[in-house]
Design a binder for this molecule. Structure first.
Ligand SMILES: Cc1ncc(COP(=O)(O)O)c(C=O)c1O
Length: 368
């Protein structure tokens, strides 16, 4: 086989590394690398999947039943709901709809690792605004980064991978600074895990009529434990969601994922009980890490962040050797998902020895 294939690939795509997934874990190890839900699906969800066997037919391309259920749930019309094969699909659709060559998309960095690639795929230019103190969004700097070339701004709250939320007051002040025709994507993939009362909640307090430029993204992957089925949703103005529907790959939301999501909405109380357990486990884990000497940013998702900096790959290898597969971001830090209860003690044992070896004054350590 020759090294070069005889077709021309867009240079920015040829230069783009493929999406890197959190590492898989062997049978003995805990997989804490992809912010998944450690609980197995509810029996009712398994039953819904068993029932949905007509796979010789295409699914309903509009996922009308799920849109209807979510519309009722959030007091909007079905046109103000859009379903995607994971919320990452909707992110991509919105970027393709809003931005192209010469346009810019602003987001905080470090944040969700899919953002830069999706912006480049749209042909647009990523504008990354460094996180501020506490690994939180610096919304003033983000507003200042908006120019007449900006076509979208993404706010990730809680921020993956660092953990803190944007507050409602901060978000409101941010919106007030932005042009009203600028698309604002509020990525709330981990919203259900949030316990901070001042956090922005795009679906509780946001009026589509008041802020028609804001689209809220949520997912069934995390709190509802359906990551493997690929189903997420957006709530926003019909015109923006129609544009996302136009750029979507048709028919990518399967009947099985729609059915499982509908069943999960019906079993929401039971699922949110699990979410409370995970959030409490997260708080315990974060508190114990702080006691060990780690400087842990406010953890509001189903994960914690260790700012291991230059020691990241070495520390990740130590977690792996100890049976915990974590998510390293070379040179920056390690994200550890809150998984099974039995994983907590293991993580803490390894973390204790890693923090001890960090030099005095290291960013991952709390000031003495
Ligand atoms: C911030 C954020 N947004 C969106 C997603 C995408 O989730 P999904 O496509 O599974 O709905 C993720 C997944 O890790 C995420 O962390």
């Amino acid at each position: 086989m020759t090294e070069d294939a005889p077709v021309r690939i867009r240079p920015e795509i040829a230069a783009l590394p493929p999406y890197k997934q959190g590492k898989q874990a062997g049978p003995e190890a805990f997989k804490l690398s992809s912010n998944e839900n450690p609980y197995e699906p509810l029996p009712a969800v398994v039953e819904a999947l068993r029932r949905t066997v007509g796979v010789n037919r295409y699914p309903d391309a509009t996922a009308a039943r799920l849109r209807q259920a979510l519309a009722v749930r959030f007091g909007v019309t079905p046109d103000e709901v859009h379903i995607g094969a994971g919320s990452v699909s909707i992110l991509s659709q919105l970027m393709l709809a809003a931005a192209g060559p010469g346009d810019e998309i602003v987001y905080a960095w470090r944040s969700f690792e899919a953002y830069p690639g999706l912006v480049l795929i749209a042909g647009a230019t990523p504008i990354e605004v460094p996180l501020g103190p506490g690994a939180r969004h610096d919304l003033d700097a983000m507003a200042a980064a908006v120019t007449d070339r900006t076509r979208a701004v993404i706010v990730c709250t809680p921020n993956n991978p660092t953990g803190p939320v944007v507050t409602q007051a901060e978000f409101d002040a941010f919106l007030a600074k932005l042009p009203p025709d600028l698309l604002v994507i509020l990525d709330e993939a981990y919203a259900e895990f949030v316990t901070e009362p001042d956090a922005v909640d795009g679906l509780r307090r946001l009026g589509i009529a008041d802020h028609p430029n804001v689209v809220v993204l949520r997912t069934f992957s995390k709190a509802y434990g359906l990551a493997g089925l690929r189903v997420g949703y957006a709530i926003g103005h019909r015109r923006i969601l129609d544009a996302a529907r136009s750029t979507a790959v048709p028919l990518s939301v399967t009947a099985q994922s729609e059915e499982a999501a509908l069943t999960s909405l019906q079993a929401e109380d039971e699922l949110l009980e699990r979410v409370h357990t995970i959030a409490a486990r997260r708080d315990r884990l974060a508190a114990a890490l702080r006691t060990q000497g780690w400087d842990i940013p406010d953890a509001q998702g189903n994960f914690v962040w260790l700012a291991t900096g230059g020691q990241t790959m070495d520390a990740a290898a130590r977690f792996e050797d100890g049976g915990c597969i974590v998510r390293p971001f070379a040179g920056d830090g390690i994200r550890i998902s809150v998984g099974e209860e039995e994983a907590v003690e293991k993580v803490l044992q390894i973390a204790a020895s890693v923090v001890e070896d960090l030099p005095e004054g290291h960013a991952g350590r709390a000031l003495a």
